[in-house]
Design a protein around this ligand. Structure first.
Ligand code: SF4
Ligand code: SF4
Length: 478
């Protein structure tokens, strides 16, 4: 009896390719005859195409039957080409269905582009080992041949030049065509990203931080490419530290390329290599870095091991294990040359730049979801900007690293990334919360509030203790 393995490729509503278990294999018997054993494999995630082929072959099939929606047949055709090349003795059948019920929402694909540029991938550890995004200058067949083992099925490749994918590409190069995005420069800072030959097109503005000019492009990025960019960035953050105000458009409108460098330690994805820039056959792991992991002729795992080794050596050199900031610092391995000497001082600075950067992101989120109307009206409590205490008597600010306090003329908001919660509180609660976050004791608060009689102290104590308990319950304070 012949064995037929039934595999269904589809595109999820979010635009990404996936596999699903076909629930109606019996109908195929009418088509192929009843002396057929139809196997529906247990399918999980999408690894590298070659690993997936091996997974299918482990069922020892005579026939591989791929079911795919008409509109998405290109990925299956490429996959069949690869399988036939590796296992010519196995018959591959493509069975097209015409399912118009799936409306493709390409926002997930563009979110992937954002992750590639900022370096902030959600759930890095669950992504598996294969590249998701590659930026290749002047793409050629030769480069595709070399990177074909690096990529997962759900990849997105950005390329410049005039390369055009064809049905023969996977046969000639071994590269599985999934989503490709042609990047063309429209003017000095404006790039057109054209995904899958016009399926979705976006203009993206990318400039140096110091050269940002307000523009009408919806999607904007700035990169800290030079010392000048970095100094200006620091000075904008220092303004925020002193005033609690975010006033510079270049700080709050665009996203920041390689923001992962200044985010949580868990956001560094370099050891998983989901993103790569390829230039002259060399692999650069992060968008704006000089760190070269190796060459595309070398196997993926060899380069991964080299990265892990380089990271360990660098951390030892910097003495990260003894560093007071080691729990929050990215320990970025791919620092641009101008930042190499300054990075650790920046991270450890008492102004707590990393917290200030998060304040900007938190404020953007609160404006985007309508809690505040205008980012320039917001005042944040920062380590250097005091809401209810004066500078002379201030204690060190110790709100949790992912929690924030904002106010405008009539709103008092506490916000935590960790729990994804926004709390609207009274002015009095907000003031007490700041005192608690700065580590004031009840006695100090009583002094500050000028209590006329010791008998009132219990009332203050109760109020303060319940504020602290509430803040802890909400995940705002340790
Ligand atoms: S090495 Fe640096 S730039 Fe690269 S992912 Fe890690 S933190 Fe980001
Ligand atoms: S600040 Fe420097 S020494 Fe400290 S953890 Fe980060 S990279 Fe390591």
């Amino acid at each position: 009896m012949k064995k037929l393995l039934l595999i269904e490729f589809y595109r999820e509503g979010n635009g990404l390719f996936s596999l699903k278990q076909n629930t109606d294999p019996e109908t195929l018997k009418d088509e192929f005859g009843s002396d057929l054993e139809i196997i529906v494999p247990q399918l999980s995630e999408l690894p590298n195409p070659y690993e997936l082929i091996e997974e299918f072959i482990s069922y020892d099939p005579d026939v591989l039957c791929f079911i795919v929606n008409d509109a998405n047949s290109s990925i299956v055709s490429s996959f069949i080409n690869l399988t036939s090349r590796e296992y010519p003795e196995i018959e591959c059948i493509e069975k097209r269905i015409n399912d118009t019920s799936v409306e493709i929402d390409d926002s997930a694909l563009w979110n992937g582009t954002k992750a590639f540029l900022t370096g902030l991938y959600p759930n890095i550890k669950d992504m598996g080992l294969s590249a998701k995004h590659l930026y290749i200058e002047d793409l050629t067949d030769e480069v595709l041949k070399n990177v074909s083992n690096y990529i997962g099925i759900n990849h997105n490749i950005f390329h410049t030049g005039d390369y055009s994918f064809s049905s023969k590409t996977s046969l000639e190069t071994g590269f599985l065509h999934s989503n490709d995005t042609l990047v063309t420069k429209k003017d000095e800072n404006l790039y057109r990203f054209d995904m899958n030959k016009g399926e979705s097109v976006k203009d993206i503005y990318i400039s140096d931080y110091s050269k940002y000019v307000p523009n009408n492009t919806k999607e904007c990025y700035v990169a800290l490419n030079t010392k000048e960019d970095f100094e200006l960035f620091k000075s904008d953050l220092t303004d925020l530290y002193n005033t609690g105000r975010i006033t510079k458009e270049r700080l709050y409108i665009p996203d920041i390329v390689d923001l992962c460098r200044f985010f949580n330690c868990m956001n560094c994805s370099i050891e998983y290599m989901p993103r790569m820039r390829i230039s002259d056959s060399k692999i650069y792991t992060c968008h704006s870095s000089d760190f070269c992991a190796g060459s595309i002729e070398e196997p993926y795992f060899k380069n991964l091991i080299k990265i892990k080794h380089s990271k360990a050596v660098e951390e030892k050199k910097r003495n990260c294990s003894e560093c007071p900031s080691n729990l929050k610092c990215s320990r970025c391995l791919a620092l641009p040359e101008y930042l190499k000497d300054e990075f650790c001082d920046f991270i450890r600075d008492e102004k707590d730049y990393l917290y200030l950067i998060k304040i900007v992101i938190a404020a953007k989120i609160l404006c985007n979801c309508g809690v505040f109307k205008n980012i320039e009206d917001i005042k944040a409590v920062t380590p250097g900007n005091y809401y209810s205490v004066n500078e002379e008597s201030a204690h060190k600010f110790s709100l949790k690293f992912d929690s924030f306090m904002f106010s405008d003329d009539n709103k008092y908001i506490l916000f935590t990334f960790e729990k994804g919660k926004i709390y609207s509180v009274s002015k009095q609660f907000f003031e007490l919360a700041e005192l608690a976050a700065r580590g004031y004791t009840v006695g100090e608060i009583a002094d500050k509030c000028d209590i006329p009689d010791d008998s009132y102290l219990n009332v203050y104590e109760d109020g303060f203790v319940s504020t602290v308990i509430k803040l802890r319950e909400c995940g705002i304070m340790e």
